[in-house]
Structures are given as structure tokens and as C-alpha cells.
Design a protein around this ligand. Structure first.
Ligand SMILES: [Zn+2]
Length: 684
């Protein structure tokens, strides 16, 4: 059983209203040439479509594109700010094709990273780089080809049918057999290698990685095959696409994205075996895979039904985790989301699941809760039957909440209207019903008993806490540790020692993360945390020991001198910062350490590494000209969260005039984008 907190990054999700489409696109074949130096995309596209009514013009969504050229016999093609228009005397019941070459300078959706090029369609519109249909209710077969330099690998939707070499480049041709919505189109181009798994029904699973991460492949992708086979079995409908690819993306905008047959996920999930304990990819892995059915095979008609994507993906990921980490873990996660949903609801901010503007918490977690309750209500077997019928009936089509419920009501005699009123149509969170459901878990009722001791005096709960610490259950043991914190240390010291003696990594971690002051009598025990198989524990323990026992600093640093930690180098960066403040470390070494920390601010590193380095260096006042240049560069980054933090830091830095002058002196070395930011913001 493992405790991990997943931050669901808020997806900027736009709701489309369901408008009748005049143009019905059936196929888009395109050859794409990304032009890295110019940050442009050149494409040749063939669009096959029909119309639902007589029309003399139809339009594809296409943002700021230029028509470069079109085949002579093709129809008249014209680009406007956000469309490409096709002109002819269109009649229903006929099939048309348009063929043209375009170029685009994508402001979003297609990203030219430092060593990877990649796309993010959902919430960002594929029409920024490929003429397509923004609305979700036109399902299109996409057959895409990409030019890339010879040393690069291309990953896109569907099966790779050929790779043709021509001089210094290669053309990668992909084929899809079935249609999907345009937001699911994807491509990643980079220095990727892959490992292949094959499942019991011979679907090939391709696990991509960069060569630098070859040792992280096993822990990162651990349980992938189990998850895949579990999902097919639990959902009851075979995986609907020709293969399944998973690709780690540097500086990705979200935790993961379920592009059809090609899930992209944040490189921050590339971890080693120790990283697995705190920050594994299992939940995201299962969530994005579940979307291949819920979202990709059946797709919402509009945002009102978004829970049919996120609620289902979250719920099925939870079921997969139950399979891997056990039933207690399943209930623990339900409990945690119930706490958040109840808090929101108590503030009067609860949201209906069918509100197209709802937050991620509602779509994901309330959606999963609604399904958990529905499954309890109708029973696991009818539930599975209903879901299976729903997927089969609406395969490769668009769906509404009513479509799902009508299939579900065919497999049960239970009236679903109360469930619907409580879970879908009401904005409040039905917390009493939820907590009653949680009490079905013996672990949860045991946990609530321990929680109820919070208000009991230490003297009166000693025995129970002792038992709890030895329960070997992560969450019960952690709760017992938290209850020790407000007591005088001498009174609870034996209990802290007991907690460390459990050898349970998560109970020990609770000690590392919560105890700020470590008395001398507890030092020996506490030092053992430095070698725990958890980078969170190691980071916290190193800091606490270094702070509490100045005489031993070098010894502690020596112990973790070759540890890097998570992908963001959490342990390494803390180590470097502490070493710079450690007496007796020679100045020559300190110079090297400062340089190493400063180098982590460079654009060649992921934003997760850079933001940590900036923060440390800024707090230590170690902003060299190179770091300052890197900080200005970060102000132009495509990831808004990182960019905003960098802008705030720079804004703070230049409040001093002397620092302003330093920026001005760098002006000549800056690129256009960096200069234009400073000009826009500061008029320099
Ligand atoms: Zn999702």
C-alpha cells in the first residue's frame, strides 16, 4: 500500500455547444513538416468530407494559416484568421475531397521544445497546426505522416506503416483504422527509444523513453501490462485501437494526456525504484489508458457530459490501483477525495457533475464517487454489463449522460432516479451517503476510530497509539505519528522510536516530514532515515539533521553525495545548497557546487529542475549573469505556471536599481522573444 498525492493540474477545458455541422469530415490525410528553426509547420493535407445540406462553402478550423498552394483541379481554398474555407456547389449524399498545402506558426498546441517537439490537443485546439474540427462531435479518421531528421523518432496516432529515408531525414507514415475527435490528434518527435510489451490479445504496448532514462524504464512503467489486462477485463470491451504507446514529454503541460493510442505524460514521472514509492506513474498510467475507451471510443457531445470522460477514467484508474495496491488503498483515496469534495460543498461551492464549467475536482473525483456509488447500488456484475453495452452501442460515436443511463437502466430493476438526483443533478456533495459507503471498509472504520482520538489526552490514548503504530498499515500508523506532534517530546519519545522501528517506509516518512526539531537523544534513530528508500524522506531528513546537528554536517552530506532524487533533483539541489553553507568544505569545492546549482537553471533542463534551482539561488543571493539570463528566458516559457513564477521573481529582482542595470547590460545577448518580453513588461 503506497501513499501518493497526485496533483491534478487544472485542464483549461472549453465546452463546445452542440451545433449541427454542415460539413461532415470523414478523413484527414496529412504530411507534416515541422520547421524547427522557424518554429513553423508546413503541411499538405487531403480532406474527405460530405455535407448535410446544400452549401456553397464549408470551413475547417485552422488558426492563422496560410495557403501555400493547392492542387489545380481542387476546389477554391481560402484561409481566414481562424478557418480554411472551401468553395463549391456542395450537395448532400456526395463525397468531396480538398487538397492543399498550408503553413502555420502555432501559438500553442504544437510545441518546439529543447530536444523534443510535441503536441497537446485537448483544451488547446489541434487546428493551430492541422486544419481539423474543434468541435468534438465530428469523428474523423486521421492518417498522418511526419518528416523528421534522421536521428529522431516520431510517435503519432495509429499504426506506423512505413519509415522512408531521404537524405538527412525520414518520413514516418501512420495509419488509423477508426475515427476520433480532433483534440485526440498527437505527435511527438524526439530522441526516443522503446520497449515493447505484448498483451494476451496481442495488442502491442510500446513504452518510450529517452536513452538517458534507460534505467528508469522498469520502475516508471511498472504494472503497465497488469493495468492493461485488468482494464480490458474489467471494462469487458477489448482495447479499441491498433496499438498503445506511452511517451514521456519534457516540460509537458499536464500530468498526462490520452491521445488516441498514444498517451503522453510528464517526464517528471520517469522515476527509479526509490522514486516509485512516492511519485509513481501507476495512477496516471491507468487513468489515461481508461480514456482510450471513455473519451476516445465514446466521446461527449459537449462539456455538460465531461464526467463521462474524467469521472470514468478516474474511477477505472482507482479500480486498477485497488488491484495493485489493495482494497485499503482504494478506500483511502475515496476518503481523501470525499474530504475535499465535502469541504467545497460545505463552503457552498459544490458543483453539479453536469455543469460544463465545473472544476477538475468535480469532474474527476465527484465523477469517480458517483460511479463508485452506482456500482455499489446496482452490483458489480450488472454495472459491468451496462458499461459494456454502452461502449459497444456507441463505439466511435458521441454520447450523453442519458445514453449511459439508458444502457445502465436496462441491466437493473433498481430505479436510478434517486442516484441521479443525488450524484449528478445536485451541487452539494452527499457526504453522509459517502461516509456510510466508506464504513464498508474495515480499514476505514479502524482509521476513523484512531482519528477520533485526536481530542483525547495523550495519557488516555497511549495504548491505542501504540497499537496503531504497530498496525503496519501506512495510514493508521501515520495518523498515530501526527497525534504525537503536539505533546512534549520527552513524553512521546518512546513512541517516535517505535514508529521508526516499524520499518514501514511510510510511517517512518511521517516522522521525517513532521518532526522539525530532533533532540540529541533521538539523533541515532533519526539518522537511519537518511537511508530510507524514499526521496521525500531523504530530503527531509538531510535538512533536519543538517540544521539540528551542525557538528555532523559533513558526515550527513557525505552519505547522500551521489543521490539525485526525483526527476527535479530534489535531493541533489538541497545537498548543493547545504554544502555551500557548510563550514570546513573547501572553497574550491564550493565554487564547483555553486556552478552546478547555477547550471540547473539553463533551458536544457526541465522546468521542474529549473524552478527549484531558481528558488534556491534566489534565496541565497547567487544570481549570476548567466542565471539572470536563464531567468529572463524562463519568463518566455510555454508552461504558464513556471513562466509566471519566473516573471514574479524577475519583477522582485529588478525592484533594485542596481539589478535593473544588470538586466539592461544583458540586453544584447537576449533573443527576440526574451527582449520583447522585457520591452512589453518594462518598456526597456
Ligand atoms: Zn483524464
Amino acid at each position: 500500500m503506497r501513499y501518493c498525492i497526485l496533483l491534478w493540474l487544472l485542464l483549461s477545458f472549453s465546452a463546445f455547444s452542440q451545433e449541427p455541422l454542415v460539413m461532415d469530415v470523414s478523413k484527414i490525410e496529412a504530411t507534416i513538416e515541422p520547421m524547427e528553426d522557424e518554429l513553423r509547420v508546413l503541411g499538405t493535407v487531403k480532406v474527405t468530407f460530405s455535407v448535410t445540406q446544400v452549401a456553397d462553402s464549408v470551413a475547417l478550423d485552422a488558426k492563422n494559416m496560410t495557403i501555400e498552394n493547392k492542387a489545380l483541379e481542387s476546389m477554391l481554398v481560402k484561409a481566414t484568421a481562424d478557418k480554411i474555407w472551401l468553395y463549391d456547389q456542395f450537395q448532400p449524399n456526395r463525397t468531396y475531397t480538398a487538397f492543399f498545402t498550408y503553413s502555420a506558426q502555432p501559438k500553442q498546441t504544437f510545441y518546439f521544445g529543447n530536444n523534443q517537439m510535441w503536441t497537446q490537443g485537448q483544451g488547446k485546439y489541434t487546428s493551430h497546426w492541422l486544419p481539423s474540427v474543434d468541435a468534438m462531435n465530428d469523428k474523423i479518421e486521421f492518417d498522418l505522416s511526419f518528416w523528421a531528421s534522421k536521428d529522431k523518432t516520431v510517435i503519432s496516432n495509429g499504426s506506423l506503416v512505413s519509415v522512408k529515408e531521404e537524405k538527412n531525414r525520414k518520413l514516418w507514415k501512420f495509419d488509423m483504422k477508426n475515427p476520433m475527435s480532433s483534440y485526440l490528434v498527437a505527435a511527438a518527435i524526439g530522441n526516443f527509444k522503446k520497449q515493447e510489451l505484448s498483451t494476451s490479445d496481442r495488442i502491442s504496448i510500446q513504452l518510450y523513453y529517452e536513452p538517458k532514462d534507460s534505467l528508469k524504464v522498469e520502475p516508471t512503467y511498472r504494472y503497465t501490462k497488469n493495468i492493461f489486462e485488468f482494464m480490458e477485463d474489467e471494462i469487458g470491451v477489448p482495447y479499441p485501437w491498433s496499438n498503445y504507446k506511452e511517451v514521456p514529454i519534457r516540460d509537458f503541460l499536464y500530468a498526462g494526456m490520452e491521445n488516441t493510442s498514444a498517451t503522453f505524460f510528464s517526464e517528471a514521472f520517469m522515476i527509479d525504484s526509490i522514486g516509485f514509492i512516492d511519485r509513481n506513474y501507476v495512477n496516471i498510467n491507468a487513468h489515461e489508458l481508461a480514456h482510450q475507451w471513455f473519451g476516445n471510443l465514446v466521446t461527449e457531445t459537449e462539456g455538460t457530459h465531461h464526467w463521462l470522460h474524467e469521472g470514468f477514467a478516474t474511477f477505472y484508474a482507482l479500480l486498477a490501483e485497488k488491484e495493485i495496491f489493495g482494497t485499503d488503498y482504494y478506500y483511502w483515496k475515496l476518503y481523501n477525495s470525499a474530504e475535499q469534495l465535502k469541504a467545497l460543498s460545505d463552503e457552498g461551492k459544490g458543483e453539479r457533475l453536469t455543469n460544463s464549467e465545473a472544476s477538475s475536482l468535480t469532474f474527476y473525483e465527484k465523477g469517480a464517487w458517483a460511479l463508485h456509488r452506482l456500482r455499489e447500488l446496482v452490483g458489480a456484475i450488472p454495472f459491468k454489463e451496462g458499461v459494456k453495452n454502452y461502449l459497444n452501442r456507441f463505439a466511435f460515436q458521441n454520447v450523453t449522460t442519458d445514453d449511459f443511463l439508458s444502457e445502465m437502466s436496462k441491466v437493473t430493476d433498481i430505479d436510478l432516479s434517486t442516484w441521479r438526483a443525488n450524484w449528478l443533478d445536485q451541487s452539494a456533495f452527499p457526504d453522509e451517503e459517502a461516509y456510510q459507503s466508506l464504513m464498508n471498509s474495515p480499514f476505514m472504520s479502524q482509521y476513523f476510530e484512531i482519528v477520533s482520538l485526536r481530542s483525547v489526552s495523550f495519557e488516555d490514548k497511549k495504548t491505542q497509539l501504540q497499537v496503531a503504530l504497530q498496525s503496519e498499515n501506512d495510514f493508521i500508523g501515520q495518523e498515530a505519528v501526527y497525534q504525537l506532534l503536539n505533546e512534549p517530546f520527552t513524553a512521546v519519545e518512546p513512541f517516535f522510536k517505535l514508529a521508526l522501528q516499524t520499518n514501514n517506509t511510510m510511517i517512518r516518512q511521517a516522522v521525517a516530514l513532521s518532526l522539525q526539531e530532533v533532540p540529541e537523544s533521538f539523533r541515532k534513530d533519526y539518522e537511519s532515515l537518511l537511508s530510507d528508500p524514499s526521496y521525500l524522506t531523504q530530503e527531509a531528513a538531510l535538512f533536519a539533521l543538517w540544521t539540528n546537528f551542525p557538528a555532523e554536517r559533513q558526515k550527513y552530506l557525505e552519505q547522500l553525495k551521489s543521490t539525485h532524487g526525483f526527476q527535479n533533483k530534489n535531493v541533489r539541489q538541497l545537498w548543493l545548497a547545504l554544502a555551500l553553507y557548510t563550514k570546513d568544505i573547501p572553497d574550491s569545492d564550493k565554487t564547483r557546487y555553486a556552478e552546478e546549482l547555477q547550471s540547473y537553471t539553463a533551458p536544457e533542463y526541465s522546468f521542474e529542475i529549473r524552478e527549484k534551482a531558481f528558488e534556491m539561488l534566489y534565496n541565497m543571493g547567487l544570481i549570476t549573469d548567466q542565471v539572470l539570463h536563464n531567468l529572463i528566458n524562463a519568463c518566455t516559457h510555454h508552461y504558464w505556471r513556471f513562466r509566471d513564477a519566473a516573471r514574479a521573481m524577475l519583477g522582485d529582482f529588478v525592484t533594485e536599481e542596481e539589478n535593473q542595470n544588470r538586466v539592461l547590460q544583458l540586453m544584447n545577448d537576449l533573443n527576440e522573444k526574451e527582449k520583447s518580453y522585457l520591452k512589453r513588461k518594462y518598456d526597456w
